[in-house]
Design a protein around this ligand. Sequence first.
Ligand SMILES: [Zn+2]
Length: 98
Amino acid sequence: MNFCEGCNIACEGERCPKCGRKKLRAVTEDDFCLVAQVDRIFGDNLKNNLESEEIECVLMPYGTGVKAQFAMPLESYLLYVRYKNLDYVRQILKERKG
Ligand SMILES: [Zn+2]
């Protein structure tokens, strides 16, 4: 698995799916990887749940600035977790949707 340091994205391929960068390095267990965009309430709850399981996560505010001027109802977050927790957290998100 490779890792784009510009986007914090772990990807299978040689090229970052987001920015197209080709000089990717191998991902490490402790790299923070982008998981998904989540809404603010869900993100806050998830962070609490993950912290109670001693899983680190980072929430970056998203949807402020330009979007706020169009009265988006809720701010959202971009959710990042360490690569070693990525599958686990993806599973949580999947279960929530299903
Ligand atoms: Zn990238």
